[in-house]
Design a protein around this ligand. Structure first.
Ligand code: 5AD
Ligand code: SF4
Length: 477
């Protein structure tokens, strides 16, 4: 395998666009408007990839369907982060046998991180014969060519060559309508945390050029997007591979300097690469949301070392202290793994004490899941699943109490929120820190920043009302 990441040439991408035109012409000639269904599992990176898949499908003439029944193409964009995610995919792919029987022309494609693992591809090849095509994350940009091949000759196709990774600029994108958008700024990961499959399936870190990112953000702002999340497995190492002297904090500052009223967020950050400069840049710009997702994974130094995280509890805590010092209102969230191989109860309790100390606004908690091919999968793991479940429940109970207490402290405050939709007759909105707020108001407020008085709370969300002394746009009179 070549060890260098590459940029896909514009000629190669033009070839793919030509395949799209041929597929579109084929459907037009048959007088059918073809329908496609894209099902996404896992993280925002996958959601962003699915927007590209939908974009390519739209270019091929497909309209999007609500579900798999009767769709001419089904794409399952899979996740490999934990076994549970993989089991769901296997279950759903299995069920597609019946869907395809009812619609024999249907073509089924699997892509995403699961397809970056050889043993998974082998299983699909041998045991899921109704699947027509498979491609791994490196081959995503070739989807039109793969679809064309399957439509032409009906033969199954597997595009699963390994690669250190590439960047394909200018792929068509079909974003969900709304006020929020994701922008991928880099791909891959170099960190090799010992439990994690991502570096094996998504390749090495590679950053998009600042001007390409800025152009995309400008376009989003021109189309009314008001909440932008920059995406990458470890955004803090943005730019290291480019050698342009632009780091992540510089990129944030450049984007935040664009004209318009918007919030800028990002995820995910690795604590070992989060710098004071980054916190200072956030503090200096009103457009950069005061929200930080900073996965700690464990509060115990021995476990952190075994996880290959390359920071200590004390270093992590001093980072959090600095962040809160320059941004007292900072909303902090994190990821935690419970039951890493060899973790003892006392070590788990260090994680509990860390979350009591930090008091995160919210946590994403996971029980360790062995991933074939990662170093942790071969480490002795003597603690039973029941015991891990008990630890997990203790962690969740502690965090729920903390989240509830923090939410209670919002009551009585007036907050600026961005209204992003409606649900059960109420408006839904997000605070700058990303907290969900529901309140009643006119639908015309969707897409606008308004001020809301917080009147109630649950563990996971806030309730509010438009202040009485405010106009219909939520501005105080
Ligand atoms: N088992 C459990 N959780 C995992 N994560 C990553 N790999 C595993 C695994 N093998 C969690 C980490 C990461 C989040 C996205 O998923 O907490 O931050
Ligand atoms: Fe996985 Fe660690 Fe990379 Fe995150 S930083 S994607 S946990 S290897």
């Amino acid at each position: 395998m070549d060890t260098k990441t590459t940029t896909i040439s514009q000629e190669a991408l033009a070839e793919q666009a030509a395949y799209c035109r041929e597929i579109r012409a084929y459907w037009e000639a048959s007088g059918i408007t073809p329908r496609a269904f894209v099902d996404t599992y896992g993280c925002q990176q996958n959601e962003a990839d699915s927007e590209k898949i939908r974009g390519m499908l739209a270019q091929c003439g497909y309209v999007m369907a609500e579900d798999e029944e009767g769709a001419d193409v089904i794409v399952l964009n899979t996740c490999a982060i934990r076994e549970h995610a993989e089991q769901r995919v296997y279950g759903n792919v299995g069920a597609l046998v019946h869907t395809k029987r009812r619609h024999p022309g249907q073509k089924i494609f699997l892509c995403g991180c699961m397809m970056g693992q050889e043993h998974v591809v082998k299983k699909i090849r041998e045991s899921y014969r109704h699947v027509d095509g498979v491609f791994n994350p490196h081959q995503l940009w070739r989807f039109p060519e793969l679809l064309k091949s399957v439509l032409d000759n009906g033969k199954r196709i597997f595009a699963t060559e390994d690669s250190p990774g590439s960047i394909a600029e200018g792929l068509p994108l079909q974003r969900k309508a709304g006020v929020k958008a994701w922008v991928s700024i880099m791909y891959g990961c170099n960190n090799f945390c010992s439990y994690c499959i991502v570096p094996y399936v998504r390749g090495r870190e590679r950053s998009r050029k600042p001007e390409d990112i800025l152009a995309e953000v400008r376009d989003l702002l021109a189309h009314g997007i008001r909440d932008i999340t920059l995406l990458g497995q470890n955004v803090n190492s943005y730019g290291k591979d480019l050698g342009l002297g632009v780091d992540f904090a510089d990129l944030l500052a450049r984007i935040a300097a664009l004209p318009g009223d918007f919030w800028l967020r990002f995820m995910t950050s690795h604590p070992k690469d989060a710098t004071k400069k980054l916190f200072d840049t956030m503090a200096a710009s009103p457009k950069i949301a005061k929200q930080f997702h900073l996965p700690v994974q464990s509060g115990n130094d021995r476990v952190l070392k075994e996880m290959n995280r390359r920071y200590t509890r004390a270093q992590y805590l001093s980072l959090v202290d600095y962040g809160r010092q320059v941004m007292p209102e900072l909303v902090l969230t994190s990821d935690i793994i419970v039951g890493f191989p060899g973790e003892t109860e006392a070590e788990f309790e260090d994680t509990l004490s860390l979350i009591e100390q930090v008091r995160y606004d919210a946590l994403f908690t996971f029980i360790y899941s062995p991933r074939k091919g990662t170093p942790a999968a071969t480490m002795p793991d003597p603690v039973s699943r029941q015991e891990k479940n008990r630890w997990f429940d203790r962690l969740v109970a502690a965090q729920n109490r903390i989240s509830e207490e923090i939410h209670r402290s919002y009551e009585g405050k007036t907050m600026r929120v961005l209204v992003d939709g409606t649900e059960d007759g109420l408006l839904t909105a997000r605070t700058e820190g990303g907290r969900l707020v529901r309140f009643s108001g006119d639908e015309s407020l969707v897409g606008q920043f308004v001020l809301v008085e917080i009147t109630g709370h649950t563990t996971w969300s806030l309730e509010g009302r438009l202040p009485e002394n405010c106009d219909c746009h939520g501005n105080l009179l």
